[in-house]
Design a protein around this ligand. Structure first.
Ligand code: HXC
Length: 257
């Protein structure tokens, strides 16, 4: 079996996953998605890993779901395989997940980037949902996540008229966190992940869960969720340590429990 997703763990606790199917512009066939989901599950289970960066290469993050593989699919195959349930698991990653995007992030590639918590874009990044040109529509959350992020009018244009956003446009519309030169977009994403990795892993995950709830629930529910996670933070040794360290004017030593 080909290795379509390469992983490594840095000494500072950042898990790195690279799409590695360059000959097909990292087109996301089932094997790629399976390997990505497995890599993210391994990172979630590894206490050494405190934050994760997902990337492609300088030219392409991912040019979408594999059109070759999709071309002969029937609705019953999609139904029987619950194909997108696998994709959904990317968005349930517990640890903070940062996409480092350079070049094309199209179709399913753009959708995977939007499943991540943050996006660091290189100056060459291009975001689009070209499914309409194939006679289909986005199927891994694109119509929902893009609309919530950039608003209805622009989402309509991107999805119905195949309008692509360059990196600066993506920044202006809140799709990405920052735009950096191609030469160091990955370093910048890793530095952001390392910054997160320097804080209490418990507090980081509670905060991520709470922000994610803001997407998925009405305000009253989201506030209730935040309140519970706030209370839960006080069950952690990291809360005791963090506050004691502040009061003693020293650096906290996080235990992740
Ligand atoms: C399969 C793909 C592919 C894809 C590129 N390739 N994208 N193969 N699925 N999504 C392959 C090409 O067939 C080609 O292989 C090689 O990668 C390089 O692509 P070129 O087209 O020759 O390169 P270029 O002219 O530079 O154009 C780059 C590109 C273009 C603009 C990214 O490849 C393109 O438009 N790709 C499709 C983008 C797209 O429509 N994505 C949405 C897919 S639908 P060979 O063997 O010829 O060298 C989708 C639905 C998601 O994502 C639903 C939820 C799961």
């Amino acid at each position: 079996m080909e290795t379509y997703v390469v992983t490594e763990i840095t000494s500072s606790g950042v898990g790195l996953a690279y799409f590695n199917r360059p000959e097909a512009y990292n087109a996301l066939n089932t094997a790629v998605i399976r390997q990505l989901v497995a890599a993210l599950a391994d990172f979630d289970a590894d206490p050494q890993v405190r934050a994760v960066v997902l990337t492609g290469n300088e030219k392409v993050f991912a040019a979408g779901a594999d059109i070759q593989e999709m071309s002969s699919l029937t609705p019953m195959q999609l139904f029987a395989e619950a194909r997108f349930a696998l994709w959904d698991r990317i968005a349930t990653t517990q640890k903070p997940l940062i996409a480092a995007v350079s070049g094309f992030a199209l179709g399913g590639g753009c959708e995977v980037a939007m499943m991540c918590d943050m996006i660091v874009a290189s100056e060459s990044a291009k975001f689009g949902q070209p499914e309409i040109t194939l006679g289909i529509i986005p199927g891994a959350g694109g119509t929902q996540r893009l609309t919530r992020t950039v608003g209805k009018a622009l989402a309509m244009e991107i999805i119905l008229a195949n309008r692509w956003l360059n990196a600066e446009e993506a920044l202006a519309h809140g799709l990405v966190n920052r735009v950096v030169p191609v030469s160091n977009y990955l370093e910048e994403a890793i530095a952001l992940a390392e910054k997160i990795a320097s804080f209490s892993p418990v507090a980081v995950q509670l905060a991520k869960q709470s922000i994610t709830a803001a997407w998925q629930t009405p305000l009253t529910e989201g506030l209730r969720f935040e309140r519970h996670n706030f209370y839960l933070a006080f069950a952690s040794e990291d809360q005791t340590e963090g506050m004691a360290a502040f009061l003693a004017k020293r650096t906290p030593h996080w235990q992740g429990k």
